[in-house]
Design a protein around this ligand. Structure first.
Ligand code: C2E
Ligand code: MG
Ligand code: MG
Ligand code: MG
Length: 281
């Protein structure tokens, strides 16, 4: 396949090797280019009530359909986007499209549609413009705030969180849900758990993976479930991959779950098909 007229050793460099040889150390294109050229895609992962298997929500997860590298997970481009200061633009794009897709879901499924779409928001967006971006996205989609929730990674530092508090309060007043993501991995002070206007928290996959046998994971999950119950907020387990994990979670009082066992991230079309075949909320 290497039709090199010059022959020599470049002729044997094909496939991945050829691509590596051709491309710069980093992608030459940024997330801003991806937005402009319509290369971002949203996948939706169901959030399921383990007690009755209903899909109560969906989390929007961004992908980049890169012209040269194919479908990229956020782990491949978020850090660069963050360094370049492009994350607020990315998050605004995601909010706009997730709200529009939620309006589509409501149009198709009405009362049986998932209650909310959950959108991840980075610290840079929290610090800058989360309330404006959310308000604009809801208005453009004609969606009430009750249909959206914002996920804050526990990595967001304390300064950012306290600065963002008035914006988060405004979102809460507009009915938008607020969820603390990746619980247990970050450094958020427990003080913030009672101060943030939270609707729920998500237990990171790192603690679900060892259920039911790892005693340490069992203890952490129980602690977080009890904490959520004490605060009167919901608790969702991430990264649920097996029936034995589901049983352990129910036993510990965790009622909501996400993971490959209960539903993979999928494009909107596939989600619509999935929902048509499962009980609504
Ligand atoms: P997250 O919010 O904690 O999302 C969960 C991640 O776990 C997703 O990875 C999902 O595909 C993956 N996952 C779900 N179920 C399972 C499972 O059963 N097993 C395993 N091994 N993994 C599972 P993804 O899509 O690669 O996203 C990674 C992170 O990127 C997200 O973590 C979130 O922090 C961030 N992210 C995703 N979309 C956005 C976005 O639109 N904006 C921002 N700012 N961050 C985003
Ligand atoms: Mg998340
Ligand atoms: Mg998470
Ligand atoms: Mg996580």
């Amino acid at each position: 396949q290497a039709k090199q007229t010059g022959g020599g050793r470049t002729a044997v460099v094909t496939g991945v090797g050829a691509e590596l040889a051709m491309r710069p150390a980093k992608s030459d294109r940024s997330v801003l280019d991806a937005i402009r050229d319509d290369e971002l895609r949203l996948f939706y992962q169901p959030i399921v009530d383990l007690r009755d298997r209903r899909v109560v929500g969906v989390e929007a997860l961004v992908r980049w359909l890169h012209p040269r590298f194919g479908l990229l997970q956020p782990g491949r481009f978020l850090a660069d986007a963050n360094r370049a200061g492009h994350v607020p633009d990315l998050d605004r794009w995601v909010l706009d499209h997730a709200c529009a897709d939620m309006a589509t879901l409501l149009g198709r499924h009405g009362d049986t549609a998932p209650r909310r779409v959950y959108v991840n928001v980075s610290a840079a967006t929290l610090a800058l413009s989360v309330d404006d971006s959310v308000t604009a996205a809801l208005a453009a989609a004609g969606l009430p705030g009750e249909r959206l929730a914002v996920e804050i990674s526990e990595d967001a530092d304390l300064g950012t969180l306290s600065q963002a508090m008035p914006r988060l309060d405004a979102l809460r007043r507009a009915g938008v849900g607020l969820v603390l993501d990746d619980m247990g991995t970050g450094s958020t002070s427990l003080r913030y758990l009672s101060q943030l206007p939270l609707q729920g928290l998500k237990i990171d996959r790192a603690f679900v993976v060892g259920l039911p046998h790892n005693a340490g994971d069992h203890t952490v999950v129980k602690l977080l479930a009890d904490l959520a119950a004490g605060l009167g907020i919901s608790v969702t387990a991430e990264g649920v991959e097996s029936a034995t994990q589901v049983a352990a979670l129910l036993d510990l009082g965790v009622h909501y779950a996400q993971g490959f066992y209960v539903g993979r991230p999928q494009p909107l079309d596939a989600l619509l098909t999935t929902l048509a075949g499962t009980p609504g909320r």
